[in-house]
Structure formats: C-alpha cells, structure tokens
Design a protein around this ligand. Structure first.
Ligand SMILES: Cc1cc2nc3c(=O)[nH]c(=O)nc-3n(C[C@H](O)[C@H](O)[C@H](O)COP(=O)(O)OP(=O)(O)OC[C@H]3O[C@@H](n4cnc5c(N)ncnc54)[C@H](O)[C@@H]3O)c2cc1C
Length: 459
C-alpha cells in the first residue's frame, strides 16, 4: 500500500487523510497538541465555545457531507434565522435579503434602511443603465464594483462582508478570487443587477435552505471526528522541519517532537499548511513555488469571547450579530451573538449570554499588538455603543489568530496556478489548504480531498 505523510492536521489535512482511508498508509503530522487548526473549541465561564470557525458553508456540500460521513450528521444544526446586519451610520441596520456577498439585487429594498444615503441608493440603482464593462483581467473588488455601484455601496455593503470572511479590504482583494460568482457575471459583460436577479431566480436556494450550519457542541468538534474516522496515524506535537527527496521518488520528512527529532519516509507528501509554512518546506525544491507562496499576505485577527450574566446584564441584544465597515472607524470587525445564534449554546448555559467580537483586518497589526485587556476594553466599549449598555462580562477569553487568514489579492488565481504548476514538477507532492481556492471550511475540505486524489493518481 502506498504511504502518505500529511503535514498539517487542520481540516484540509484531515480531509485529505479521510479521502485516503483504506487506500494508503497515512501519517498526519500536526505541530500543536491537538488537531484542528482554525477549528477548535475552548471555554469561557465554563461554557464550551468555538474559538475559530463557528460555521460550515451549507450551500456547497463538502463540509456538511464530510461532517455527516464522520458521524456528526445528527449534530449539524441551523443558526437562528436573522438577517445579516451592519453596524453603520450609528445604528444596527439589516441588509435586505437577496444580496450576494453584500451586492444588492434590489436597490429599492435599500430605501429607508439607513445603510446608504439617497444618493448612494440612486447610484446602486443606476448600475443597470451603465454601459457594460466586461471583466477581462482581474482587478480589485473596489475597482470593479465601485465603478458599477458606487464607492458608498462598496464601503457599507460589500466591504463589511469581505471583512467578515477574509479580514480583508475591498481595495486589495481580487474580484475573481474573493467574489467568484460576481466575477463570473462580470466576465459576461452585462450589467450586474439584471444578471444577479436572473441568477437568483434560476438558482435561488430552495425555500428554507440555510447558508451555513453549525455543530452542536461547537464546530471545533469536527476535526477530531474526521481524525478518528480516517484511521490515519496522527502525530500531534510534531512539527515538520524539512523535506528531502530520496531514491525511488520517495520523500523523507524531518520533524521535531517533544521527545526529539523524528525522521520518516513516504511515497507522497501532502502539504496541508498555511502558505508561509508550505513555502519553508518547499524552498530547497522549488524556489518558484516558495517565492509565490511567500508572497501571499495574511491577516491576523483576534476573537474575544465574552460571557454575561443574563440576570445582571442591563441589556441583551437581539439577532445573530453584526458586521462593521472600516469606513466608520470602529475597532470591531464583527460581533456574533452566540447565545441567540446557536440554540445548543443557549441550552447549555441558559443563565448566561455569550457573544464573540472579532477584531483585526489586514494592516491592523498595531491594533492587534495591544495587550488582551485593551482589546477586551475596546470591544466592550464599542458593543455598548452598537447595541446598548450590557454591563460588564463575567468572563472573557481572547484568542489570537496570528496570520490566520490568507489574502486573495489581485491576480491570486494566476498565482495559485503558478504555484500548482511548480509543485506539480515535484512528483509525490500535493498542496491543499486555505491559501488556494477558498478560505472557508468547505473549500478547504475540497482542496484536501483533491490533494489526496492527486497523490493516488500518481504512478
Ligand atoms: C477566527 C476565524 C474564524 C473563521 N470562521 C470561519 C467560519 O465560520 N466558517 C468557515 O467556513 N471558515 C472560517 N474560517 C476559515 C477557516 O476556519 C480556515 O480557513 C480553515 O479552517 C483552514 O484550514 P486549513 O486546514 O487549511 O489550515 P489550518 O487550520 O491553519 O491548519 C494547518 C495546520 O498545520 C499545522 N502546522 C503548521 N506548520 C506545521 C508544520 N511545519 N508541521 C506540522 N504541522 C504544522 C498548524 O498547527 C495547523 O493545525 C475562520 C478562520 C478564522 C481564523
């Protein structure tokens, strides 16, 4: 049986290991004490919460299908129904239904929401009268969508969504890589509003379908379930330090463990790592892949989870949370009202109200350099401002995700093609993870499974 070493025990690497089950002898190397990477649970005031990803995309199948396959089908759960809400122009303002990543499909639904000025709404509505501007080469979200819908729509509708997913900025993110559905319409060269309306009419999710799902007990349970189901040998606390090609196309991995150095060999190696970590290991073998991987920027973020006593809180917010546009100058990027959003969490601690605030976009390293207590104070002050005076939390937990989210800059898809071409010249090496074709868990699962199929297909 072919032997495969998967380096990186996040969801991408574990999905690769799961895909290989029964077809290869698989070892997963993970530097942390537990598998999961950006999927993990922790506790605040004794309550289990997600510290990283809290939901799985349900409109594409990969993540929820894998969760069901590894025994979490019964645990998949829908969030409470609530509109996406933006904290802007001094209030929480629901985004009208029907938007695609913040791009509105019905400008008239924006009237009276306070999201945009009357001029801003008129500018959005004028999009369908503008001459077509077919997208022929990649450009930033701002360049294309600002040109079609106006800067105000980018600032207050689209940018907050991009902040929520990528911790990125519209002026830097690639339209093609960060908003592929919109880019595909833009390539057709027709005005976007009628094209979006047609797209929604043709492919609107069936009634009642939810965009995301969670896992009872936390989405952070998902990696351990995959690890258990995949049957691979999992070595945690083991950091791969170097890769060497040995005879017969095999690869040797030198790793460091708590007990000292470890050397292993296999027929194939899957690098399921953040781009900068994959770059390190590929440096001696492909300077081109190393350079391209190293040039992918990463945003750092912090998640601040807070538990409030329901009895003592002055005020508790409604809804599932809100997103924040940077143009308003706030520190917060988003807030998620976990006790409203996930019934399992509410039921696990009915006397407590748990929320999480997110801070940090690309370029906000100075903000994230502040000590935890400053981040907590800023988050509480802004939450009071946004939703009302909640009082002081019983407990807080700050989770920092240093270089946690890769940024898909202009030309990202071409960069990924160059990386994949360069890595393709190294037989037995495959790449997967959030750096390539999508940062969401579902996209990561897809890249992991594709990397596994790639190494199985190699002679
Ligand atoms: C705060 C936050 C919230 C998010 N929320 C959501 C969400 O709600 N929904 C969603 O779909 N997505 C969300 N995402 C994105 C998503 O969680 C990640 O993109 C995805 O989990 C990345 O998985 P991965 O396996 O590719 O990488 P990682 O999770 O980064 O896993 C890589 C693993 O490799 C290990 N590693 C690194 N170097 C080495 C080495 N040399 N040797 C051995 N091991 C090594 C790391 O320890 C890590 O465990 C969120 C991301 C963040 C940061």
């Amino acid at each position: 049986m072919r032997s495969v070493i998967v380096i990186g025990g996040g969801i991408s690497g574990l999905a690769a290991a799961w895909q290989l089950r029964g077809q290869a002898d698989v070892t997963v190397l993970e530097s942390h004490a537990k598998v999961g990477g950006k999927l993990r649970t922790g506790t605040v005031a004794g309550i289990t919460v997600d510290e990283g990803a809290e939901s799985l995309m349900a409109l594409r199948p990969e993540a929820v299908e894998l969760a069901a396959a590894v025994g979490l089908g019964e645990a998949l759960c829908d969030p409470a129904k609530a509109p996406t809400t933006i904290w802007t122009n001094g209030a929480l303002r629901p985004l009208p239904a029907g938007h695609v990543m913040g791009v509105p499909t019905d400008p008239s639904a924006l009237i009276g929401t306070g999201l945009l000025s009357p001029e801003g709404v008129a500018r959005v509505a004028a999009e369908e009268t503008l001459p077509a501007t077919p997208l022929t080469e990649d450009c930033s979200v701002t360049e294309y969508l600002g040109g079609r819908f106006g800067q105000e729509a980018v600032d207050r509708l689209i940018e907050p969504m991009l902040g929520g997913v990528y911790a990125g900025l519209a002026e830097r993110l690639s339209l093609r890589a960060a908003m592929p559905r919109i880019a595909a319409l833009a390539e057709q060269g027709t005005p976007l509003l009628p094209a979006l309306r047609r797209m929604r009419a043709a492919g609107a999710p069936r009634s009642g379908a939810v965009a995301v799902q969670g896992v009872v007990g936390g989405t952070g349970r998902f990696p351990a379930a995959v690890a258990e189901a995949c049957g691979a040998r999992i070595l945690t606390g083991t950091t791969a330090r170097s890769l060497q090609q040995v005879g017969d196309g095999r690869w040797r991995v030198q790793a460091m463990t708590g007990d000292g150095a470890l050397t292993m060999e296999a027929d194939a190696v899957i690098l399921a790592l953040p781009a900068f970590a994959a770059a390190e290991l590929l440096r001696p073998h492909s300077p081109l892949a190393e350079a391209e991987l190293s040039s992918i920027p990463h945003a750092s973020t912090a998640v601040i989870t807070m538990a409030f006593s329901r009895a003592q809180a002055h005020f508790l917010p409604q809804g599932n949370g809100f997103l924040v546009p940077p143009v308003d100058g706030h520190t917060l990027k988003a807030a998620s009202f976990l006790s409203n959003k996930w019934s399992w969490l509410h039921d696990s601690a009915p006397e407590t109200f748990v929320l999480r605030a997110s801070i940090g976009r690309i370029g906000e390293d100075a903000l994230l350099g502040r000590p935890d207590r400053h981040l907590v104070r800023s988050a509480i002050a802004e939450l009071h401002h946004a939703v009302g005076p909640m009082g002081e939390p019983l407990a807080t937990r700050v989770t920092r995700w240093d270089r946690g989210l890769p940024q898909y800059g202009v030309g990202h898809r071409e960069r990924v093609a160059r990386i994949r071409e360069a890595a393709g010249k190294l037989p037995g090496i495959a790449l997967c993870g959030a750096a390539y074709e999508g940062v969401g868990v579902a996209a990561c699962v897809a890249t992991g499974r594709a990397a596994a199929k790639q190494v199985l297909a190699q002679p």
